[in-house]
Design a protein around this ligand. Sequence first.
Ligand SMILES: NC(=O)c1ccc[n+]([C@@H]2O[C@H](COP(=O)([O-])OP(=O)(O)OC[C@H]3O[C@@H](n4cnc5c(N)ncnc54)[C@H](OP(=O)(O)O)[C@@H]3O)[C@@H](O)[C@H]2O)c1
Length: 314
Amino acid sequence: MEYRRLGNSGLEVSAVGLGTNQFGTKLDAEASAGVVRRAVELGINFVDTADIYGGTRSEEFIGRAINGIRGELVLATKFGGARGEGPNSRGGSRQHILQGVEESLRRLGTDYIDLYQLHFPDPRTPIEETLRALDDLVHQGKVRYIGSSNFAAWQLCEAAWVARTEHLTPFVSEQAEYSLMNRHLEREVAPFCQKYNVGIIPFFPLASGFLTGKYRPDAPAPTGTRIGDNERLRTRTLTEKNFALLAKLEQFAGGHDHTVGELAIAWLLAQPQVSSVIAGATKPDQVTANAKAAAWHLTPTEAGEVTQLLGSAV
Ligand SMILES: NC(=O)c1ccc[n+]([C@@H]2O[C@H](COP(=O)([O-])OP(=O)(O)OC[C@H]3O[C@@H](n4cnc5c(N)ncnc54)[C@H](OP(=O)(O)O)[C@@H]3O)[C@@H](O)[C@H]2O)c1
């Protein structure tokens, strides 16, 4: 496994990370532990979760699965999504952060979180309040690094400016949707991250599984899969246009003796500033397949050829 710096921090994360938003929904505790075990065997040290995944069970299941090996892992979780009906059960307020971190630490069975990320921008809370509360957690040793997610470039810029002028711990990473099928981040967020050396953590790298090639244009979507079991996702994703693109990508990947799923991850890893690609997995064998992508280093020319196949729209 290859390891990369998370932005301009000294923290080394595996180029392929593990996404766990199916833990506690599709996967029970035992199945989740099996996926984590396989990831660790393959050298994956970066595990991403959130306080809201699986109705908090993702954090709980990870906590159980990493008992005894916690020190080998870089644990990333998130706060800010709605965890209840109460007015303070969401967002980036000091109140919610100080309460939320204790609950995440308890569920994860650890006394520190490696990367604590604001899941979504909170327009109602001044970013200075959020950063100051997070800075306190860093000084207390409960959190080691902090990151953002789903931020616009101007919000990243504002947060970086406030951290710098107020001498607060800055965000080292931005977690955002990014894949061969969604390149919106290339417009504004990626240039910001490059300029200020913020690590990009792409989510939905496999477009919920579509980019593994397991959905075929001439066959019904397999049941028991994320897209197959979700009518809205099926209608949106299994289109003629997407299958035409998939065919081109499969041809490129096949021509290099790789799968299209490996291409989806390897292409992201060839983009500037990408620290770790957190691919979700519902089975250990999926983790094995996804981890293989880290060994495929696309040359700049190859990465450019793939980008050409995608067309110019980002
Ligand atoms: N910050 C945010 O707002 C945000 C939002 C979304 C996700 N995330 C994070 O990003 C992670 C990755 O996103 P994601 O898991 O939603 O999407 P993804 O990585 O694009 O797709 C993962 C899904 O694809 C299927 N799959 C994965 N590997 C496969 C393989 N080798 N062969 C066949 N099928 C395979 C699995 O679903 P099936 O087996 O069910 O088909 C798996 O759950 C999440 O787990 C989460 O940690 C963050």
